[in-house]
Write a protein that binds this ligand. Structure first.
Ligand SMILES: [Cu+2]
Length: 156
């Protein structure tokens, strides 16, 4: 009898874990969420891949995104696109401050996550693991579907 109760408890815990991990979303508690993660495949291993996502700050206070890492990339940077005369170029974005109740969108032509020094090919259909880090010390682990090299985003 005791064995049966133990099994039921394990099943309840497993069910709760599945419920909090909706596809494409990650939770770090306290209302911090990531939505619509996606990545652009790398043309080959010497070229970077890029990842995009939306961070929603429902915590009620300002949060600071300090960096991103991935086991698939030797180096990961947050870049932003800026105009230099009439040439668009990218530069390190530094820390990203997100006010309470606001969302921050990474997208092509704007802020993006650059995955460099790839350890394996990143191809369409793969899933990347991204860890999004915050100044609170919290990190969100995000599963990122990889789309084609010329993709402009997931289908709505
Ligand atoms: Cu870049």
């Amino acid at each position: 009898m005791r064995g049966l109760i133990g099994l039921v408890a394990v099943l309840i815990v497993a069910g709760a874990m599945t419920a909090s991990w909706a596809p494409g979303a990650a939770l770090a508690g306290d209302g911090l969420r990531v939505e619509k993660p996606w990545a652009r495949a790398a043309i080959n291993m010497t070229r970077p891949a890029a990842a995009y996502l939306t961070v929603i700050n429902g915590t009620g206070k300002q949060v600071t995104l300090t960096g991103v890492s991935s086991p698939e990339a030797g180096m990961t940077m947050i870049h932003k696109m800026v105009m230099d005369g009439d040439v668009m170029k990218m530069e390190p974005a530094g820390k990203i401050v997100i006010a309470a109740g606001k969302r921050f969108v990474f997208k092509p032509g704007g802020y993006h996550i650059m995955l460099m020094h790839l350890k394996q090919p990143i191809k369409e259909g793969d899933t990347l693991d991204l860890s999004v880090k915050f100044s609170s010390g919290k990190a969100m682990e995000v599963k990122v579907p990889v789309l084609a090299t010329a993709a402009t985003g997931p289908k709505p």
